[in-house]
Each structure stands twice: as structure tokens, then as C-alpha cells.
Design a protein around this ligand. Structure first.
Ligand code: PEP
Length: 265
């Protein structure tokens, strides 16, 4: 439905999940900074999403050493402040110059009972604080097996985006992450990724309008490695990648960024 890329700048994001203490995170950020060359990041945006306890340390490394990588978080609270023991406020993240916050990752939906309604509230909390949400959607293997992929994507995208101003939708990121592909080594084929991402873009158009649907960036995530990056990035509606396991290794993540930046988008 949109011309190839349509001027959307790809975003390659590394989700470190619950890995790397703050000392290891400092090392990983420095390692990435030493490997990434200006040409690697000229055509793409890159973000890393460390655990909360690492964010301040990684911010210091990225800003102090001028590393062209945006800071991200993996989650945030719905509220800005208050009696919410154990939560981390989006205000606090914005203060640390976090630019992107993952919301609705399937691990949070599955292990922490995050419903579509909670995801929608978090998405708004991120936007309210001037950051860009990376809103994860995707079907389980059971849903896929009985042909419910499109229905599931429609429900998740509709619940997340309904009522948002067009400019907020245009500025955010949706990540198509089929649950069966996360951490399994079994990535979606480029054909399946393209079909799902095009479907998501169509749902965005219905919910928010054609203009934001053309502008919103849609990532693919699930067992991305350097050797499948180019074929996924060649898909018209894939505007970037959300990378889990392979982002923990600076060399592998650099290879992915490099392959994406050469992808002709
Ligand atoms: C993820 O955690 O979002 C993810 C896609 O993980 P992996 O790349 O390890 O499949």
C-alpha cells in the first residue's frame, strides 16, 4: 500500500532484555561505539534498550563518547509518579534522554499479564513524555496455526492506537514480533514478515488515517541475525528490526546494522 520505504528511516533496535549488569552494559556500549562506523549509521537509526539499572551508565557512555546510538528502555509505568512500588516512571526515563520505549513486548504480555488496555496506557505514557513507543504486536503459534494471525494483529493494533492523534501515530514505531519466532532461531520468512507488516500498516490506516500509516515505522522482530537481515529489510513494509539475542553481542549487532544500512532503503 505504500511505495518502497516511502522515505521512512529504518530503525534497528537492540533489546537486551534482563541481561548485562551495569558494568557489562558499559562494556557493551563502548564495544558497539568502537565498531560502528559513520557509514553504518548514515542511512539508519539505531537504539539499544538496556535493563533499567543500566540506563544511566549507558547514557553516560553514549553521550560522553558521542556514539550515534539512541537510548531506549524495555518498559515503563503507566503513571508519571506516585505510590507504585517497583515501577519506573516515563518521566524518569525521559530525564535520562531515553528516546524509545518498548511497550507490549510478548514476554510482558505473557509473564506479567499486560493486557491490550495496559499496553495502550503505557503507549500514551511514553508519548505524553515526549518519547517514541515501540509497540509490539504478534500472534502466538496456536493463533498462526488456526489462521488467526491477521485477526490478532488487527485486535492488538486497534486496541493500542484507537483515539491517538495522527501525529503521535506517525511518530511511533510498531514492531511485528510473531511470538513463535522470538528466541527460537526460527525467523519469519521475508514473505510472511512483509504480509504481516503490510497488514499492520493497513490497520493503522483504518484506525488513524492514510497519512500516519505511510509515516509510521514498522519493525520486524524474531530471531534476526546478520544473515537474514538483508532479506527482511528488502521488504517494502519492513522499516527496521527489533533484535533480542543477537544484540547482546556488539560484533553481531554491528553486522546486523551494517547489513541493514546496505539494504538499499
Ligand atoms: C525480542 O526480544 O524482541 C526478540 C526479537 O528476540 P530474538 O531476536 O532473540 O528472537
Amino acid at each position: 500500500m505504500s511505495p518502497a520505504g516511502a522515505g521512512r528511516r529504518p530503525l534497528i533496535s537492540g533489546n537486551w532484555k534482563m541481561n548485562l549488569d551495569h558494568l557489562e552494559a558499559i562494556h557493551a556500549a563502548r564495544d558497539l561505539g568502537l565498531r560502528l562506523q559513520p557509514a553504518d549509521v548514515a542511512p539508519v537509526d539505531v537504539s539499544v534498550h538496556p535493563p533499567f539499572t543500566d540506563i544511566r551508565s549507558v547514557q553516560s557512555v553514549l553521550e560522553g563518547e558521542g556514539i550515534p546510538v539512541a537510548l531506549g528502555a524495555q518498559n515503563c509505568a503507566v503513571e508519571d509518579s506516585g505510590a507504585f512500588t517497583g515501577e519506573v516512571s516515563p518521566v524518569m526515563l525521559a530525564k535520562l534522554h531515553v528516546e524509545y520505549v518498548i511497550v507490549g513486548h510478548s514476554e510482558r504480555r505473557a509473564h506479567f499479564a499486560e493486557t491490550d488496555a495496559v499496553v495502550a496506557s503505557k503507549l500514551r505514557a511514553v508519548l505524553r513524555n515526549g518519547m517514541a513507543p515501540i509497540c509490539c504486536v504478534g500472534e502466538t503459534v496456536d493463533e498462526r496455526d488456526i489462521g488467526l494471525t491477521q485477526e490478532r494483529l488487527t485486535a492488538q493494533v486497534t486496541a493500542a492506537l484507537t483515539g491517538l492523534p495522527a501525529e503521535d501515530v506517525a511518530a511511533m514505531v510498531v514492531a511485528y514480533e510473531p511470538v513463535w519466532a522470538i528466541g527460537t532461531g526460527q525467523a519469519a520468512t521475508p514473505e510472511d514478515a512483509q504480509e504481516a507488516c503490510a497488514w499492520i500498516r493497513g490497520v493503522v490506516a483504518q484506525v488513524a488515517g492514510e497519512e500516519p500509516a505511510t509515516q509510521v515505522r514498522i519493525q520486524y522482530g524474531g530471531s534476526v541475525k546478520a544473515d537474514n537481515t538483508a532479506s527482511l529489510m528488502a521488504c517494502t513494509d519492513v522499516d527496521g528490526l527489533l533484535v533480542g539475542g543477537a544484540s547482546l553481542d556488539a560484533a553481531q549487532f554491528t553486522d546486523i546494522v551494517r547489513a541493514a544500512s546496505r539494504g538499499g532503503r
